[in-house]
Design a binder for this molecule. Structure first.
Ligand code: PEP
Ligand code: MN
Length: 337
C-alpha cells in the first residue's frame, strides 16, 4: 500500500501516522521528496481500514498494491481448491452438474424431478426450501418441510443436495444438507456469512445482483476468515441495462475469478438469463470459460412451477442439454462424476 501525504506536512505529523500504521503489524518506509512525502507499507495490509487512513488530515491519497482479500487470493494459495461433497468433488478436473427445481413444492414434484435429472446425468440436486421472493405474496417455500423432502429425494437417488439459507436462525435445519447456498440477495448479509464461517459445510456463494468481483471475494473472505475454507463462488448474472434477459451473464467473471482466486466457480445459466432457450448455449460457454460446475433449474412440469417456471427446463430439455454438455466436458478434459 502506498500513502501519498499532503504537501507541507511536518515530521511530527508523519511520525504520528507511521506509529498508527505500525499498530496494524506492517513495516512502513518513508520516502521524502522535494514536493511530496510518500509512505510505503510492506506486509499484510488486508486488515488496514482504508477509510480510517483516508480520514487522517495529512493523507492526500492511497493506492492499494495488494488485494484486500487474502484467504481466497490465488497469490497466497496457487493450487486450485478442491471441495469434497460426500465423495464427489468440486474443482480440479471434475465438472459437477447440479439440477433441480427453483422451489421444492411437493414430494411427488421433487422425487420425480430428482429421478429424472439423475437419469439424464446430473450429479447433484438443487431445490429451494426458503425462497427469497421479490413479492411477500409470492410462494415463500416449504421451509423445514422442504428440507425434509430434499432429504427424501437424496435417500431415493443418492444425489447430494444444495439448498438456500436465508437466516442464521435456520442453520440447525441444514445439518444434513450437503451444500448451503447463500443467494444473490444475501451475498452481503455479513452476519449470515460469519455464522457460516464457523460451520464446516461447503457454501455456494452467489454473486449479488450489482456486486463487483472484489465484493464477491470479500464476502468469501468473511466465510473463510471464520475458518470455513469450503467456499464455492457462483456467477448468476448481474443487473445491466439489457431487458431481453432477466440478468446478464458475466462470462468473463469465470476466467477472471480463476485468475484472482483458487476457489471453485459455478455458473447458473438459469437465473442469469431467465430463458430456457439460453440455458444450453450458456452452459457450453461456461464450461469452455472454465466453470467447475453448473446449476440449472429443472422442473417436472415448469408450467405449474410455483417459482421461476419460465426459466426451468423440462426433464426432456435437460436431457437434451446434457447430451451437449457431456462431449464438451470431455473435449476440455473434465469428468462429470
Ligand atoms: C435460486 O437459486 O433459486 C435463487 C433465488 O438464486 P439467486 O439468489 O441467484 O437469485
Ligand atoms: Mn430460481
Amino acid at each position: 500500500m502506498i500513502i501519498i501525504l499532503k504537501p507541507n506536512t511536518n515530521e511530527m505529523q508523519i511520525n504520528n501516522l507511521i506509529e498508527m500504521l505500525k499498530t496494524y503489524g506492517v513495516t512502513v518506509a518513508s520516502i521524502n521528496g522535494k514536493h511530496k512525502n510518500i509512505l510505503g507499507l510492506v506486509g499484510d495490509t488486508s486488515k488496514i481500514d482504508i477509510e480510517t487512513v483516508k480520514a487522517q488530515t495529512i493523507v492526500e491519497n492511497i493506492r492499494r498494491i495488494q488485494e484486500p482479500y487474502k484467504s481466497s487470493n490465488r497469490k497466497f494459495n496457487p493450487e486450485d481448491t478442491i471441495i469434497d461433497i460426500n465423495g464427489k468433488t468440486i474443482g480440479g478436473n471434475k465438472l459437477q452438474i447440479i439440477a433441480g427445481p427453483c422451489s421444492v413444492e411437493s414430494e411427488e414434484q421433487i422425487i420425480e424431478t430428482a429421478i429424472a435429472i439423475k437419469e439424464a446425468g446430473a450429479t447433484m440436486l438443487r431445490g429451494g426450501a426458503f425462497k427469497p421472493r421479490t413479492s411477500p405474496y409470492a410462494f415463500q417455500g416449504l421451509h423445514a418441510d422442504g428440507i425434509e423432502l430434499l432429504l427424501k429425494a437424496k435417500a431415493v437417488t443418492g444425489l447430494p443436495i444444495v439448498t438456500e439459507i436465508m437466516s442464521i436462525e435456520h442453520l440447525d435445519l441444514f445439518a444434513d444438507v450437503d451444500i448451503i447456498q447463500v443467494g444473490a440477495r444475501n451475498m452481503q448479509n455479513f452476519e449470515l456469512l460469519k455464522a457460516l464461517g464457523h460451520s464446516d459445510k461447503p457454501v455456494l456463494l452467489k454473486r449479488g445482483l450489482a456486486n463487483t468481483l472484489e465484493e464477491l471475494l470479500m464476502s468469501a473472505e468473511y466465510i473463510m476468515a471464520g475458518g470455513n475454507k469450503n467456499v464455492i463462488l457462483c456467477e448468476r448474472g448481474i443487473r445491466t441495462f439489457e431487458t431481453q434477459t432477466r440478468n446478464t451473464l458475466d462470462i468473463s467473471a469465470v476466467p477472471l475469478l480463476k485468475q484472482l482466486s483458487h476457489l471453485p466457480i459455478i455458473v447458473d445459466p438459469s437465473h442469469a438469463t431467465g430463458l430456457t432457450s439460453l440455458v444450453e448455449p450458456l452452459s457450453l460457454a461456461s464450461i469452455v470459460a472454465g466453470a467447475d460446475a453448473l446449476i440449472i433449474e429443472v422442473h417436472n412440469c415448469p408450467e405449474k412451477a410455483l417459482s421461476d417456471g419460465a426459466q426451468s427446463l423440462t426433464p426432456q430439455q435437460f436431457s437434451d442439454v446434457m447430451a451437449k454438455i457431456k462431449p464438451m466436458a470431455e473435449y476440455i478434459g473434465k469428468e462429470i462424476s
